[in-house]
Design a protein around this ligand. Structure first.
Ligand code: FPP
Length: 241
């Protein structure tokens, strides 16, 4: 692999349900397989030298699914966080979180917080778990945080509001210390971002693969990175001479 490894990669892990349906299995089997793939890709990303990996595990819209499926995914999150501590320690992988933690069941909140604390000194790749995450919701929460930290009155308040900059909003997002994703990958062939990293992904390169998430291998991540390395990033500017 070339040296230009993206610092931050986001992944929309789509296609678990279709993977199961194709095999005559229940959807939850697809999620179980999806979790195994997530572990494999976390290791592969860490070995490739990616610094931050954001995994979209559950969106603010996924609550619309059947209670059984929602409960199953929450169980997998718990299982992942509990079972992976040794793996995280060995590979120095730090757990981070993005989303509305307060909207998750208490036991899941605790698992996430424990994993964040237990891995906080690890200096390898940071895995950002997007669970109960919505890009619009994150922006709304950032604006609310901004407003509560600028708790002024009358004219002072409207002056503060008029001065809001992109940096201000960006600074109140869930993880302002993490750079914007260079590359956003989506499996299972759908051409949309589904409310993932709306603000942070403004200039991310997109890579969409037809392969269903449970079928992903390290080589698929490598193909995505090779494709990314051919892109010319202009950030709205013009091609440099
Ligand atoms: C999308 O496939 C996948 C999800 C909504 C769940 C993803 C969750 C996991 C892989 C497990 C938890 C992961 C971690 C890292 C803790 P889909 O069900 O929308 O598939 P479909 O579009 O084929 O129906």
């Amino acid at each position: 692999m070339d040296k230009d490894i993206p610092a931050h990669v986001g992944i929309i892990m789509d296609g678990n349900g279709r993977w199961a349906q194709k095999r005559g299995l229940v959807r939850t089997q697809g999620h179980l397989e999806g979790l195994k793939t997530a572990k494999k890709i976390v290791k592969a990303a860490s070995d490739l030298g990616i610094r931050y990996l954001t995994l979209y595990a559950f969106s603010t819209e996924n609550w619309k699914r059947a209670a059984e499926e929602v409960g199953f995914i929450m169980g997998l999150v718990k299982q992942y966080l509990r079972a992976e501590f040794d793996f995280s320690k060995k590979n120095k992988i730090r757990t981070r979180y993005t989303g509305d933690l307060s909207g998750l069941p208490q036991d899941i909140q605790k698992e996430i917080n424990d994993s964040i604390t237990d891995t906080s000194s690890f200096e390898g790749m940071q895995v950002v778990l997007a669970i109960n995450y919505g890009g619009r919701d994150e922006i709304v929460r950032a604006v609310r945080r901004f407003a509560s930290h600028n708790n002024k009155n009358g004219a002072e308040y409207s002056e503060a509001l008029n001065k809001i900059s992109e940096e201000d909003i960006g600074g109140y997002l869930d993880n302002p210390d993490i750079p914007d994703p260079d590359l956003i990958i989506r499996s299972a062939g759908e051409y949309r971002t589904s409310n993932f990293l709306l603000w942070e992904g403004a200039y991310s390169e997109l890579y969409i693969s037809d392969k269903l998430w449970p079928d992903w291998e390290k080589s698929d991540l490598e193909s995505a990175i090779t494709d990314y390395q051919k892109r010319e990033r202009r950030y709205g500017g013009v091609k440099s001479a």
